[in-house]
Design a protein around this ligand. Sequence first.
Ligand SMILES: NC(=O)c1ccc[n+]([C@@H]2O[C@H](COP(=O)([O-])OP(=O)(O)OC[C@H]3O[C@@H](n4cnc5c(N)ncnc54)[C@H](OP(=O)(O)O)[C@@H]3O)[C@@H](O)[C@H]2O)c1
Length: 264
Amino acid sequence: MKLENRRIWITGAASGIGEAMARQLSGVASLLIISDLNAERLLALKPELEKGITTVDALPFDLSNRTEVEKAADKVLATYGGVDLLINNGGISQRGLFYETTEEVDRRIMEINFFSYVVLTKKMLPPMLAQGFGHIAATSSMTGKFGFPLRSSYAASKHAVQGYFETVGLELYDRGIRVTVASPGRIRTNISVNALSGEGTRYGQMDPGQAGGMPAEKCAARYLRAIRRDQWEVYIGYNEILMIWFKRYLPWLFRKLALRVGKV
Ligand SMILES: NC(=O)c1ccc[n+]([C@@H]2O[C@H](COP(=O)([O-])OP(=O)(O)OC[C@H]3O[C@@H](n4cnc5c(N)ncnc54)[C@H](OP(=O)(O)O)[C@@H]3O)[C@@H](O)[C@H]2O)c1
């Protein structure tokens, strides 16, 4: 879908990949709704994005809170009648062994990374169907293609995104709605710093893999290019993306590498 003069809503827009996408859409989209947990950062970002034709609405809410998610969606529907492109991107990672991770943390990760995407998509769909077009993007991960040590619930949530949104794309194809699932590899953001430990505290460390990863701006550009091209899915990263192919075609090699790289 072309992105010029579109109404676009991005979650997780105050940092990392989401912020980079918001910056690249400023002056392109007619309306940018930027959402995040951190209201202060959103409000600081808003004037930077408001240029040219773009109206920017900062809409903070907690993706882990079902009521807040629904309220935010209702507000968007009431104020703007819907959006042309929804980028479900907000998310939280994990750094904890599965048997040391509380069920509360397991559920929190699923709520943020998966169920919030489901709720927002269902809410934004009716006006898209009524106008006969629309695009839904969902940020998964290469960990949505295979399991990896210390990321059991994260991998589960990102696998859920893959299966769910591929289905959404197939069900809606004939009705003019396109779906893009993005699977980034290691992108240089604060994702590992913000990750949850098994007990739900902030992990607080920049992983070397993240530090040496692809810059968020480059990832955002590839993500947006995939949306423009109506790609069903896109893998974004450097050599680590090979792991997806190893898992599919050389599973023995994938396991050898995952056991070595993910040593705990
Ligand atoms: N970086 C990578 O290597 C990588 C790889 C694969 C997939 N991804 C995915 O890419 C997406 C963006 O992550 P990122 O790398 O850009 O990391 P990031 O900088 O940490 O961005 C994640 C965003 O999600 C927001 N968020 C987290 N919990 C939230 C909640 N409960 N309510 C509302 N917003 C919440 C964060 O807001 P606050 O900052 O306010 O908490 C933040 O803006 C995520 O879905 C992530 O899983 C990242």
